[in-house]
Write a protein that binds this ligand. Structure first.
Ligand code: ADP
Ligand code: ADP
Length: 227
C-alpha cells in the first residue's frame, strides 16, 4: 500500500508568518493520479514539498503507505520528485544524471547500468546517454528528469509543474507520455499544475486549492472550475 494521507496539514514559513497551507486533509489512494490545481501562490508546491520532505510540516501529519513520515528524511521516503526546471546536474552526462539516485542508495553497479538503460529505452533517450544536459532540447531534458525519477521505481511520484517550461506542442505530447508512464508503472502520482486543461485531462481526481485550503476534490467530471 502506497497511498498518501494528509491529515490536518498546516504550513507557515516562519514563526510570525501566516499559514499558506491551512487544515488540508486528503486521502490519495494507491495508484491514483491526483492533480493539485489552483492559482499561483495557493499552496500547491508547499503541500507537495512537504510530502517530499523538502519542507517541514508546521502542524498535522503526512502518511506514505500508512507510515507517518513527518520526521523521515526525503532520501528515506519511497518517492521521486520531478521539478519544473528539470534540476539536472549540468556537469554530469545523461547516464550519470539518471544513475545518481541509485548510486546514492549504494545500488550495485550492474543493476544501475541495466536499470538506466532499460528506462532510457522506455523514454526513447537511450541515444542521449553520453550527452550533457546543455546539449539537449527542453523536451529531452524533461525526459531525462522523468528518467531519473523512474529508475528508482518509487511508489509515489511527485511532479511540480513539470511541463510548464515546454512549448505548447511538446506539452501536449508529454502529457500523454506521463499518463502512459503512470499507467505502466502503477504508481501513485501527485501532480501540481496551475493549468486547468492539464488538470482535467491528466487527473483521475482533482484537488482544487485556493488561499491554502482545499476548495473541491473529485473526478474531472465532478469538479467545477471557473472558465
Ligand atoms: P512556483 O512558480 O513553482 O510556485 P516560485 O518561483 O514561486 O515557484 O518559487 C521558487 C522557489 O522560491 C521555491 O523554492 C519556493 O519555495 C521559493 N519561494 C517562493 N515564494 C517565496 C517567498 N515569498 N519567500 C521565499 N522563498 C519563496
Ligand atoms: P503555488 O505552488 O500554489 O504557486 P506555493 O506553495 O509556492 O504556491 O506558495 C504558497 C505561498 O507560500 C505563497 O504566498 C508563497 O509566496 C509562499 N512561499 C512559498 N515558498 C516560500 C518560502 N520558501 N518562504 C516563504 N514563503 C514561501
Amino acid at each position: 500500500m502506497a497511498g498518501v494521507s494528509l491529515r490536518h496539514l498546516f504550513k507557515s514559513y516562519g514563526k510570525n508568518s501566516p499559514f499558506v497551507v491551512k487544515d488540508v486533509s486528503l486521502d490519495i489512494e494507491d495508484g491514483e493520479f491526483m492533480v493539485f490545481v489552483g492559482p499561483s501562490g495557493c499552496g500547491k508546491s508547499t503541500t507537495l514539498r512537504m510530502v517530499a520532505g523538502l519542507e517541514r510540516v508546521t502542524q498535522g501529519e503526512i502518511y506514505i503507505g500508512g507510515e507517518l513520515v513527518n520526521h523521515v528524511p526525503p532520501k528515506k521516503r519511497d518517492i521521486a520528485m520531478v521539478f519544473q526546471n528539470y534540476a539536472l546536474y549540468p556537469n554530469m552526462s545523461v547516464f550519470e544524471n539518471m544513475a545518481f539516485g541509485l548510486r546514492l542508495r549504494k545500488t550495485e553497479k550492474h543493476l544501475i547500468d541495466t536499470s538506466v538503460r532499460q528506462n532510457a529505452r522506455t523514454l526513447e533517450i537511450e541515444h542521449l546517454l553520453g550527452r550533457k544536459p546543455r546539449e539537449l532540447s527542453g523536451g529531452q531534458r524533461q525526459r531525462v528528469a522523468l528518467g531519473r525519477a523512474i529508475v528508482r521505481h518509487p511508489k509515489v511520484f511527485l511532479m511540480d509543474e513539470p511541463l510548464s517550461n515546454l512549448d505548447a506542442r511538446l506539452r501536449v505530447q508529454m502529457r500523454t507520455e506521463i499518463i502512459e508512464l503512470h499507467r505502466r508503472l502503477e504508481t501513485t502520482m501527485i501532480y501540481v499544475t496551475h493549468d486547468q486543461t492539464e488538470a482535467m485531462t491528466m487527473g483521475t481526481r482533482i484537488c482544487i486549492m485556493k488561499d491554502g485550503i482545499i476548495q473541491q476534490v473529485g473526478a474531472p467530471e465532478e469538479v467545477y472550475m471557473r472558465p
